[in-house]
Design a protein around this ligand. Structure first.
Ligand code: TGC
Ligand code: FAD
Length: 390
């Protein structure tokens, strides 16, 4: 086939099952056929390509690890990671849409929700009949979500929800929002807020230079009456939302490798063909240094992701291991995107090639789901036992 061949310098493919490879092939051919031909145009116009949602559903990208009885795909974590890698090879914004729906909306409903909530929402989220978003970050509380001021008050049959969330992926078109808010005793609780509830609005965030093909918005709650049946019964405290972040950060650790592979592959092909001073630029030492370091870093990231996937499927991956992989792999991808962009010279800044779009997207990826700094501090705390956040 003429499908993309991923760099596999250390034969990591031998560590994958046949099912993993089939899933990769399936997502890869969808990306080639449906995503790649249109994504640049949508990104340029800063529009979310809604028509891709049905394809994501068919791939099982919404809730890959959620059990089949609730509409998920019931796959292991390596399969989920591979899906995210292939999607992000296409575009980080499309991977974001899948991350949010599966890891940040379906996962908390499955893990913290009542049986009634699971049955009501999960099958429809898996088929895309309902789209969701995840509201944790606030205008004044990003890296420190524990300081949130969004709150609920008990009002008899319902809770009265007030506050605002910012930078919320998928918010402008989401049908439901998983929202984290403090109750009267200051405990963080999770609720399902539905579009159409009075006092709930989702203004879109414009003028982003990053993740332009992903819709971002605010969630504004002005005395929203949320039925008591919409609160998650099985979790309270910051560990609720942070538990969801473990899932999404894990997927990003794989996803970033996809973006890096696409940049590397593009730069390698270009350098072999582009002739300056009478020979292909790939023959110059300075360009070889870039390419050699890229494949070196991609290989290390692949091994980290593969091992993390195995640990996660065995339910042994720690939050700190996930932080390390997210941080390492996203920084690796961003460095590669910047170097690859230069290797294409002037062509590198155009939409003829995917590199500049990846580079701009990765500026969000290195910031969301815990910034590069925050993940370093998580590692620091893990190895020293001392909290340097506060
Ligand atoms: P701290 O006191 O350390 O912990 C509070 C409670 O939470 C527990 N915990 C975790 N539980 C599960 N998973 C984790 N990763 C956990 N980390 C901590 C902890 O054990 C404790 O439990 P308990 O039972 O004792 O109450 O909390 P802290 O306030 O000091 O904060 C720690 C810090 C800074 C690491 C945390 O707040 C953090 O990770 N900040 C970064 C915020 C962040 O990542 N936001 C992401 C928003 S969502 C998003 O960006 C989506 S983009 C999606 C897309 O488009 O793809
Ligand atoms: P701040 O927390 O204000 O950080 C600013 C700078 O200070 C950073 O460099 C940070 O590393 C540094 N810093 C902060 N604290 C410390 C410290 N203790 N020590 C050293 N340095 C520190 N959130 C959601 O809830 N849901 C979403 O769906 C979502 N989607 C997003 C989509 C996009 C495109 C973007 C850009 C963001 C999204 N976010 C979402 C928000 C994202 O998680 C936050 O932007 C991120 O957590 C950082 O918060 P902040 O932007 O408020 O930055």
């Amino acid at each position: 086939t003429d499908l993309f061949e991923s760099p596999d310098y250390f034969l990591v493919d031998e560590l994958l099952s046949e099912e993993h490879k089939l899933i990769r092939e399936m997502v890869r051919s969808w990306v080639k056929k449906e995503l790649s031909p249109v994504i640049e145009d949508y990104a340029q116009r800063a529009e979310f390509p809604k028509q891709l949602l049905s394809g994501l559903v068919e791939l099982g990208a919404f809730g890959p690890t959620i059990p089949v009885e609730y509409g998920g795909a019931g796959l292991d974590y390596t399969a989920y990671g591979i899906m995210m890698q292939e999607l992000e090879r296409g575009d980080s914004g499309i991977r974001s849409t899948a991350s949010v729906q599966g890891s940040l909306v379906m996962y908390p409903i499955y893990t913290y929700g009542s049986e009634e909530q699971r049955k009501k929402y999960l099958p429809k989220l898996a088929t895309g009949e309902l789209m969701g978003c995840f509201g944790l970050t606030e205008p004044d509380h990003g890296s420190n979500p524990g300081g949130m001021v969004t709150n609920i008050k008990d009002a008899g049959d319902y809770y009265l929800l007030n506050g605002a969330k910012m930078w919320i992926s998928n918010a402008p078109f989401a049908d439901i929002a998983v929202v984290w808010a403090k109750d009267e005793s200051g405990k963080i609780r999770g609720l399902i807020v539905e579009r159409g509830m009075e006092g709930f609005t989702t203004p879109e965030t414009h003028n982003k230079w990053s993740l332009r093909a992903s819709a971002t918005g605010e969630l504004v709650f002005d005395n929203v009456k949320v039925p008591k049946g919409n609160i998650f019964p099985n979790v309270s405290g910051l560990k609720g939302p942070l538990g969801c972040l473990n899932q999404a950060r894990y997927g990003i650790a794989w996803g970033a490798i996809g973006a890096a592979m696409d940049c590397y592959d593009t730069a390698l092909r270009y350098a072999k063909e582009r002739v300056q001073f009478g020979k292909p630029i790939a023959g110059f030492q300075l360009q070889q240094k870039k390419l050699a370091e890229m494949i070196n870093e991609i290989t290390k990231a692949q091994l980290l992701a593969w091992r993390l996937g195995t640990l996660k499927s065995e339910n042994r991956a720690t939050a700190a291991q996930i932080s390390m992989a997210k941080r390492n792999n996203v920084a690796m991808a961003l460095d590669i995107a910047r170097e690859a962009r230069q290797m294409l010279g002037g062509m590198g800044i155009t939409g003829e090639y995917s590199i500049m779009r990846h580079m701009m997207n990765l500026e969000s990826v290195v910031t969301y789901e815990g910034t590069h700094d925050i993940h370093l501090l998580i590692t620091g705390m893990d190895v020293t036992g001392l909290d340097a956040f506060k």
